[in-house]
Design a protein around this ligand. Structure first.
Ligand code: 8P2
Length: 457
């Protein structure tokens, strides 16, 4: 790294995090790897979706992204320079099984072998996400997550990955944000596979959860000891209790309850009844889905602000949310237009520890997009630094309130392919010049390095 200004946090008033608190960063395969056709990788639904005109900003694709597939040694060095304890990354399923089934592609496995060894060489703990949205296209051609068989293929893939990396990877999360996969992918269509069929989105959600449960069984049988799932969760702010409950059910409880309580919330089942008879739920499914897990990954960005409004049509990402309006929040916004409300993180974590006790939590994603500019080799991303500072203080407040929070992984290590936004939204603490692939740690990275070093603010 070039000479950068350093951040010396003042000693006075430092907020210390618990001893052993895990500090890290997160990414996802399709967003950073590139090498979309290298070494036997098959197409995913995001390769297809990003090539569909009008779906992704300016027709951007993950073909090259941050070229992490080739540049991972440099990226691991940057992680080491920042003093990160852990690195959360996802495995590209189509790199391992190009058609989503059958024997593993040895060159795909070899890449993750090399990456894990590079991380271990740098003293960085790998945290693996098995599915971060890049479903093999062949499986989507057979119905994707609306097809129950996809859940079975996912468990087979999980077993393959554990057999290759289980000797060096301790922490495994099955799914990243199944809410996005189901309701952005199959209901609203703003994510891959781009289907606008709310009536099948609940089956997709169920089969994702079934895949989670079957994968937990497979990983546990193979000897895995730290298994979890990552959910995007949002506290719901409202002057209308009914409206708040509807969105809390469709966003949060529809996943938290089956995984941690072994049942779907009755109000959600009823509300979704206009779309489905839930016959896709078979005997024994919920016992599989609620296999005990060791860790709940929490992705938090902002609360949802809602109100009741007669006649309001359903929000496409929340099938069944008729009568609920989303007026937005009176708060500063990020470049995504998302409100900056750190208190929501404290509220969420305290709620989780109260309503779903006994499962340790880890913040698997938190971060912000801002319009960054490189000036003389530096990026003075004050907005992002302030966002992160506020949210770390919110996380600390939750710990003070008794929440068993084990770690914080900033989203994201690198600027990357931001799904339908393409490359125009930058979440990284490290800037990526996509023309040259030059990495430049932003001021937020240098600040974060100090937070990690001091284990506090
Ligand atoms: N959008 N946005 C930023 C970020 C996205 O880049 C991640 O892939 C998702 O897990 C989650 O949505 C959060």
């Amino acid at each position: 790294m070039s000479a950068q200004k350093s951040y010396n946090l003042q000693d006075s008033g430092v907020l210390r995090f618990p001893e052993g608190f895990v500090w890290g960063a997160a990414t996802a395969a399709y967003q950073i790897e590139g090498a979309a056709r290298d070494d036997g990788r098959g197409p995913s639904i995001w390769d297809t979706f990003s090539r569909t005109p009008g779906k992704v900003h300016a027709g951007h694709t993950g073909d090259v992204a941050c070229d992490h597939y080739h540049r991972y040694p440099e990226d691991v060095r940057i992680m080491g320079d920042l003093g990160l304890h852990a690195y959360r990354f996802s495995i590209s399923w189509p790199r391992i099984q190009p058609d989503g089934a059958g024997p593993a592609n040895p060159r795909g496995l070899d890449f993750y072998d090399r990456l894990v060894d590079e991380l271990q060489g740098g003293g960085i703990t790998p945290i693996v996400t098995l599915y971060h949205w890049d479903l093999p296209q062949t499986l989507e051609d057979r119905g994707g997550w609306t097809n129950r068989e996809t859940a079975e293929r996912f468990a087979e893939y999980a077993a393959i990955m554990y057999s290759r990396l289980g000797d060096r990877v301790e922490t495994w999360t099955t799914l990243n944000e199944p809410w996005c996969s189901a309701f952005l992918g199959y209901a609203s269509g703003i994510h891959a596979p781009g289907r606008t069929e709310p009536e099948v989105s609940f089956a997709a959600a169920h089969h994702l959860l079934l895949g989670h449960g079957l994968a937990v069984q497979a990983l546990r049988a193979a000897g895995a000891s730290q298994i979890g799932i990552t959910l995007n969760l949002a506290p719901v702010l409202s002057d209308d209790a009914e409206a708040a409950s509807i969105v809390d059910g469709l966003q949060n409880r529809i996943f938290l309850d089956p995984v941690l309580r072994g049942e779907y919330p009755a109000d959600v089942v009823e509300r979704a009844g206009r779309f489905t008879d839930w016959s896709f739920v078979k005997d024994g499914d919920l016992e599989i889905i609620s296999q005990p897990i060791d860790l709940l990954g929490v992705n938090y960005y902002n609360p949802q602000t809602v109100t009741g409004r007669a006649g309001e049509p359903a929000n496409p990402v929340y099938p069944g949310s008729e009568g609920v309006a989303f007026p937005g929040a009176d708060a500063p916004k990020t470049a995504m237009g998302w409100p900056v409300q750190p208190f929501g993180l404290t509220d969420l974590l305290v709620r989780l520890s109260h309503d779903y006790p006994g499962t340790p939590l880890i913040i698997t994603e938190n971060g912000a997009a801002f319009d960054d500019v490189v000036e003389d080799g530096q990026v003075h991303d004050v907005g992002r630094l302030s966002y992160l500072d506020g949210h770390l203080r919110a996380a600390h407040a939750a710990i003070e309130a008794g929440v068993d929070l084990r770690g914080y992984l900033v989203w994201s290590l690198l600027d990357n392919f931001e799904w339908a936004e393409g490359y125009r939204k930058r979440f990284g603490v490290v800037h990526v010049d996509y023309n040259t692939q030059r990495r430049t740690p932003k001021d937020s990275a240098l600040w974060y390095r100090e937070v990690v070093r001091r284990n506090g603010l």
